[in-house]
Design a protein around this ligand. Structure first.
Ligand SMILES: [Zn+2]
Ligand SMILES: [Zn+2]
Length: 160
């Protein structure tokens, strides 16, 4: 029998959630996916960590104050740990700093958009279609009024 915990901290949104908010994954030691359901598509679409001597695994965002996986931050050559001070999502806000409620609301909306897009396109092999779909959805949902497109999104997908 596997020892599945009742609760687990998601390393991508930093929240402690019930085991039912994760998916089953038999290949992992705790029998649950690495991130919570909401973060699975967000984590999959996030750029891989840059190849550096990064030793930091987790870091606290200076804005939303969540302690998150290093992949939730962008690469910053200037900083000592080579990561930005605030997480990617906080940096996507157009006007000043978002509140934690705004961040969570945005992550939930983006998670839905990513999942829909991943059902249609492979986010690795059909990258440009994937990005175009996400971008169009962001416009439809009015998200681009307050948020910038993800940094991994290339200009080619924004023209359409
Ligand atoms: Zn999560
Ligand atoms: Zn943040």
């Amino acid at each position: 029998m596997r020892n599945t915990p009742d609760e687990k901290k998601c390393p991508f949104c930093g929240e402690i959630k019930k085991a039912s908010e994760f998916q089953r994954n038999a290949s992992r030691p705790d029998g649950l996916t690495y991130t919570c359901r909401v973060c699975i598509p967000l984590y999959a679409a996030a750029p891989k960590r840059p190849k550096t001597d990064l030793s930091v695994v987790e870091k606290k965002c200076s804005n939303c104050e969540r302690t998150l996986n290093a992949r939730a931050f962008s690469y910053n050559q200037q900083s000592e740990d080579k990561l930005t001070d605030s997480c990617r999502v906080c940096r996507m806000f157009r006007k000043g700093k978002p509140s934690i409620e705004q961040v969570q609301e945005f992550e939930l909306a983006m998670s839905k958009i990513y999942s829909e897009s991943m059902e249609i396109f492979d986010h690795e092999s059909d990258r440009s279609q994937f990005e175009a779909f996400v971008y169009t959805k962001m416009i439809d949902e009015g998200l681009l009024e307050n948020w910038k497109p993800p940094v991994w999104m290339h200009s080619s997908s924004k023209v359409k």
